[in-house]
Design a protein around this ligand. Structure first.
Ligand code: UD1
Ligand code: MG
Length: 460
C-alpha cells in the first residue's frame, strides 16, 4: 500500500492575526469541530498516527490537548518565522521517514482524503519532486499565486511579494503539497527570508527544486471550497456553513426530513435515524444520537444527548447531556440537563426543568415544574407547579417518588424526601416528612371561609 510510506505534517503554529482573537486560529471551530481536528482526522484516513505530526506554537498546550486522543506527534515551533521555518524546525524528526512528505495547513479543514490520494498519485506517477494543489479564484487576494505552465509549476509568489502583473494571476496555492522526502530535505535549507515579510516561505521550495533540476506538478481542483484556508471570521462562517450544508445533505439522503435545511445547525458527529423530522432552526450538537421516527421541534437545542425511537421534542426545548427513551415527549419550552432521563412513553410539558432526574416510564410532568436530583417511578403524575427543594444552600439532596404516586399541583417537596408508591399529595402542600405508600400527604393551612365578609367591606 502506498499510504504506508506517507508522512504527514500539519502546520498549526500560527496565531492567525487576521482572526483578531486571543485563541489560536486552528482552535476555532467550523461544523462543530476545531479546524485542526478536521485536518488531523483527514490525515489519519491516509496514514497511521505515528506518521502524522502537527507543528504547534501559539497555544501549543491547548492544541496538544485538543488532539490528545488521536495519538499523533507534535513539533514545537516556539517562534513562528514562516511556513518554511516550521518545516526546518521539524527536520530532525521528520527527515528520518523515507517515502513521501505530505504538507497540510491546519487552517484548511475541508480537504478530503480522496483529493489527497490523487495528489500523492500524481507526485508518484509523474516522478516529480513535488506536487501541489491549485485552484482558480475570481478574487485571489491574499493567496499565493501559482505560476503554472500546463501542469508544471514555475513558482509561487506570495501576495506581499508579487508584482502588479503577478497579482492578476487567478491560480492560487492551496498550501497542500506532496514531496519526495529525499529531495525535499536535501533542499529545504536553502529557503531564505528574503521577502518583504522577512519570513521563511515554504512556497520558495518550488523554485529551489526547479533550480536543482527537479520538477513540481500541479493538481487542479475545480471546487475551491475544498482547499481554501481560513484567515478571518468571515471565511470561518462561510466554511461553517459549508460543513453544515454537507452534513444536512448527507442526512437527507439517508432519509431524514429537514425542514428549511439552511436554518438548522447539525454537528458532524450527530447521528439521526430514518423518517425523523427536523424542524426549522433546530441545533443538534456534539455527540447527539436520535432514533427513527422522531420529531425535533423548531428552535430546539440538543447537545450530547440520546433519543430513542418515536420521540417528540416540542419547539424551543433545550436538551443537554440527557436521555429520552422511545416515545418520550418533551416540550415545548422544556429544559432537560445534566443526566435527565425520560423513560419510554413519559411526557414532559412546557416550562418543566429536569436535572439529574429519572422520570419513569409513562409518568407525566406536564406544566411548570422543577425536578432536580430525583428518582421518579413509573406512572407518576406530577402536578403543575411542583418543585423539588433539592438545595439547602450548601448541599444537594435527593427526592424519591414511588410508582403510581400522584403529586398534587403546587407541591413543594423539601429534600431529602421520599413519597411511597401510590401515595397522594394534596395540592399546595409543603412536604417535609416522608409519605408512606398509599397514604395521603397534606401540608397546608386549613381554609377559612367568612360568610358575607366581602359584602360588609364594600358597604363600609
Ligand atoms: C499560505 C501560503 C499561500 C497559500 C495559503 C493557502 C506560504 C508562505 N503561503 O499563506 O501561498 O495560498 O497559505 O491558505 O506558505 N504556520 C506555522 N508556522 C509559521 C507560519 C504559519 O505553523 O511560522 C501555519 C499557520 O498556523 C497556518 C498555516 O501555517 O495553519 C498557514 O499559515 P498562514 O499564515 O495562514 O499562511 P497564508 O498567509 O494563508
Ligand atoms: Mg492561511
Amino acid at each position: 500500500m502506498m499510504e504506508t510510506e506517507v508522512t504527514i505534517v500539519i502546520l498549526a503554529a500560527g496565531l492567525g492575526t487576521r482572526m483578531k482573537s486571543a485563541k489560536a486560529k486552528v482552535l476555532h471551530s467550523a461544523g462543530g469541530q476545531t479546524l485542526i481536528e478536521h485536518v488531523v482526522d483527514t490525515a489519519l484516513a491516509l496514514t497511521s498516527p505515528d506518521r502524522v505530526f502537527v507543528v504547534v506554537g501559539h497555544q501549543a498546550d491547548q492544541v496538544r490537548q485538543t488532539l490528545s486522543s488521536r495519538g499523533v506527534g507534535f513539533i514545537e515551533q516556539a517562534e513562528q518565522k514562516g511556513t518554511g521555518h516550521a518545516l526546518m524546525i521539524g527536520r530532525d524528526v521528520l527527515s528520518k521517514f523515507p517515502g513521501r512528505l505530505l504538507v497540510l495547513y491546519g487552517d484548511g479543514p475541508m480537504i478530503t482524503a480522496g483529493t489527497l490520494r490523487r495528489l500523492i498519485k500524481l507526485q508518484r506517477e509523474s516522478a516529480a519532486a513535488g506536487a501541489l494543489i491549485i485552484t482558480r479564484l475570481d478574487d485571489p487576494t491574499g493567496y499565493g499565486r501559482v505560476l503554472d505552465d500546463g501542469g508544471l509549476v514555475q513558482a509561487i509568489v506570495e501576495q506581499k511579494a508579487a508584482t502588479p502583473e503577478q497579482l492578476l494571476v487567478k491560480d492560487i496555492n492551496s498550501g497542500i503539497y506532496c514531496f519526495s522526502a529525499a529531495e525535499f530535505w536535501e533542499n529545504i535549507g536553502q529557503i531564505q527570508p528574503d521577502n518583504p515579510a522577512k519570513e521563511y516561505y515554504l512556497t520558495d521550495i518550488v523554485e529551489i527544486l526547479r533550480r536543482a533540476g527537479h520538477s513540481v506538478r500541479s493538481l487542479r481542483v475545480d471546487e475551491p471550497a475544498e482547499v481554501l484556508g481560513i484567515n478571518n471570521r468571515i471565511e470561518l462562517a462561510q466554511m461553517d456553513a459549508l460543513f453544515r450544508k454537507r452534513k444536512v445533505e448527507e442526512l437527507m439522503l439517508a432519509g431524514v426530513t429537514v425542514e428549511k435545511p439552511e436554518t438548522v445547525t447539525i454537528d458532524s458527529a450527530v447521528r439521526i435515524g430514518m423518517d425523523t423530522v427536523v424542524e426549522p432552526f433546530a441545533r443538534i450538537l456534539g455527540s447527539t444520537t436520535i432514533g427513527e421516527d422522531c420529531v425535533i421541534g423548531a428552535c430546539s437545542i440538543l447537545q450530547d444527548s440520546r433519543l430513542g425511537r418515536g420521540v417528540w421534542i416540542g419547539p424551543f426545548t433545550s436538551i443537554l447531556s440527557s436521555r429520552i427513551e422511545d416515545r418520550g415527549e418533551v416540550g415545548p419550552y422544556a429544559r432537560m440537563r445534566m443526566g435527565a432521563h425520560v423513560e419510554s412513553g413519559a411526557h414532559v410539558g412546557n416550562f418543566v426543568e429536569l436535572k439529574k432526574t429519572r422520570l419513569g416510564a409513562g409518568s407525566k410532568a406536564m406544566h411548570l415544574a422543577y425536578l432536580g436530583d430525583s428518582d421518579i417511578g413509573e406512572g407518576v403524575n406530577i402536578g403543575a407547579g411542583t418543585i423539588t427543594c433539592n438545595y439547602d444552600g450548601s448541599k444537594k439532596h435527593a427526592t424519591r417518588i414511588g410508582n403510581g404516586a400522584f403529586i398534587g399541583s403546587n407541591s413543594t417537596l423539601v429534600a431529602p424526601i421520599e413519597i411511597g408508591e401510590g401515595a397522594y399529595l394534596g395540592a399546595g402542600s409543603v412536604i417535609t416528612e416522608a409519605v408512606p405508600a398509599d397514604a395521603l400527604g397534606l401540608g397546608r393551612a386549613r381554609q377559612v371561609t367568612k360568610e358575607g365578609w366581602a359584602q360588609k367591606r364594600r358597604k363600609a
